[in-house]
Design a binder for this molecule. Structure first.
Ligand SMILES: [Zn+2]
Length: 109
């Protein structure tokens, strides 16, 4: 089954959004179809590996549930398992807290 939008029937705003979307992909946007397997499945048709990589990176950058963060201790980028995660690993969290605690104790003396 194919689904088409009749360009002549679109309003000016929708046409502009459509043109911006196409130009965002260098004039060669990915296409997709729905395959009716056990459940309906999206089958993407990308034209290049670079396009897939860019799109996946874009999804990762805008993912609010598992965002890309910079570790508060080592400053490396990591994919957070939780929206409020601040450290790349339990080790970095421990080191950060040890240094923070030592700094605080140093102030007290
Ligand atoms: Zn870290």
């Amino acid at each position: 089954m194919l689904y088409y939008e009749d360009y002549d029937r679109l309003n000016q705003e929708t046409r502009m959004i459509m043109q911006q979307s196409i130009s965002a992909f260098g004039g060669n946007p990915p296409t997709y179809r729905i395959a009716l397997h056990d459940k309906p499945t999206v089958i993407w048709d990308f034209h290049s590996l670079l396009l897939v990589t860019q799109l996946m990176f874009m999804f990762m950058l805008t993912d609010t549930k598992k965002p890309i963060r910079l570790c508060k201790h080592c400053t490396k980028a990591f994919v957070a398992n939780r929206a409020d995660a601040m450290f790349c690993s339990p080790q970095c969290k421990n080191k950060f807290n040890v240094y923070k605690s030592r700094a605080k104790n140093g102030e007290d003396e």
